[in-house]
Each structure stands twice: as structure tokens, then as C-alpha cells.
Design a protein around this ligand. Structure first.
Ligand code: FNR
Length: 193
């Protein structure tokens, strides 16, 4: 049985650098024998959260879809833009909506965070912000995060990274995460409930 990864870019725009990075992650995972479930952030779109909407067990379709895709896979990999030193508002909104299901779907789920930005910091601050709700919800966020700086000039036409050292670090980061997720499937004490 293959280990399966939900991979998505938390950017909605068509020319997204994070989507490029997420697609490169797909190639690496498949190269190393993992199964990928690639999602489009638009599938998880939710109305602005308002507790008044939560009547008769209402959950928006975007949150239902996100929950299903989380639970259908062994782990998730998110490539998220950094907006104003934090995560995009719509991403936090989807996390808030999805956190309202019981059992709470993020609990004990593995996640790897990555980012891409034209800036020199590669959107890394946004990932530290994204760790907060995930860790609050009991997600096992992988310690090593990957942030791609000057991402607008980092890719070849075929989607690979121009910098070979960086490409190796990206691959090593993903493989280390894959190994952890794979290993955890065999240890009942740390297996997802
Ligand atoms: C940005 N951008 C940005 N970049 C960054 O490194 N740090 C930041 O704090 C911000 N802030 C920010 C706010 C808002 C509202 C926007 C729209 C953009 C730039 C951002 O990294 C750039 O647009 C990326 O290309 C967005 O990711 P995608 O859509 O290419 O994946």
C-alpha cells in the first residue's frame, strides 16, 4: 500500500509560483514511490466564517471537500504564499471552517509546509504563521520547511529548479518527510487515530 499525499498550492491565481512549487513536489513524491492527490485551492473555497451560519450542522462545501481530502490521505503538503508576513486570509478561513467538524480532521495529521515568493525570504514568515493554527489543532507539522526565494526566476521551463543544490535540498526535505509519514503508518502509538 502506497503512502498518499494531499498536495495543494494555497494560491488561487493562475500564474502562481506556489503552484509551480507544489507541482514540483508532485514529481519528487512520485519519483520516490508516493501517491499524490493534487488539489486546487479553489475546491476548498468557503464563505467568510460567521458562527451564525453554523445552524443545523452546516458546513460549507469547501470545508467538506478539504476534510474529505485530508482524511483520504496519509499526509498533506501545502505550498502557501506569504501575504503581509502571514498566511493568506482565505487559507485561515478554510482552516477555521474545517476545524469545526467532529472528529476534528487536522488532529494527528502530518503536514509539510512550503512557500515560494519573489522576495529574498521566500515567504518563510508566512509558514511560521501557518504553523500556529495547524499545531493548535494537533497537526504534526514537519520541523523542516522549504521556502523558495526569488521564485519568479528560480524555475526552468520544465518546472525544475535551476539551482541544483537547492533542487537537492528540496528533494531531501520531501523524502525525509515521506519516510516519517511512511514509518508512522507502522507504529500504532503514533498512527493517525
Ligand atoms: C504579497 N507578497 C508578499 N511576499 C512576501 O514575500 N512577503 C509578504 O509579506 C508579501 N505580502 C503580500 C501581500 C499581498 C496582499 C500580496 C497579493 C502579495 C508577494 C507574493 O509573495 C507574490 O505575489 C507571490 O507571487 C504570491 O504567490 P503566488 O500567487 O505566486 O503563488
Amino acid at each position: 500500500e502506497h503512502t498518499s499525499f494531499l498536495v495543494f498550492s494555497a494560491s488561487l491565481r493562475s500564474g502562481s509560483l506556489n503552484t509551480k512549487l507544489a507541482k514540483l513536489a508532485v514529481k519528487v513524491i512520485e519519483k520516490h514511490g508516493g501517491t499524490v492527490d493534487f488539489a486546487d485551492m479553489a475546491e476548498f473555497d468557503c464563505p467568510t466564517f460567521n458562527q451564525d451560519l453554523e445552524v443545523d450542522g452546516y458546513h460549507p462545501d469547501g470545508a467538506k471537500a478539504f476534510r474529505e481530502r485530508i482524511l483520504a490521505n496519509d499526509a498533506m503538503i501545502v505550498s502557501s504564499p506569504e501575504y503581509n508576513g502571514s498566511m493568506p486570509g482565505y487559507l485561515k478561513n478554510v482552516i477555521d471552517w474545517t476545524s469545526r467538524f467532529r472528529p476534528q480532521p487536522f488532529h494527528q495529521h502530518h503536514a509539510l509546509l512550503m512557500s515560494a515568493s519573489p522576495s529574498m525570504a521566500g515567504g518563510n514568515r508566512g509558514l511560521w504563521a501557518l504553523r500556529v493554527p495547524f499545531e493548535h489543532l494537533g497537526t504534526r507539522v514537519y520541523p523542516d520547511m522549504f521556502s523558495l526565494a526569488t521564485a519568479h526566476e528560480a524555475f526552468h521551463e520544465d518546472g525544475s529548479l535551476k539551482d541544483k543544490t537547492l533542487a537537492k535540498r528540496f528533494e531531501d526535505n520531501l523524502v525525509a518527510f515521506m519516510n516519517l509519514v511512511e514509518a508512522s503508518k507502522h507504529y500504532p502509538c503514533i498512527k493517525k487515530a
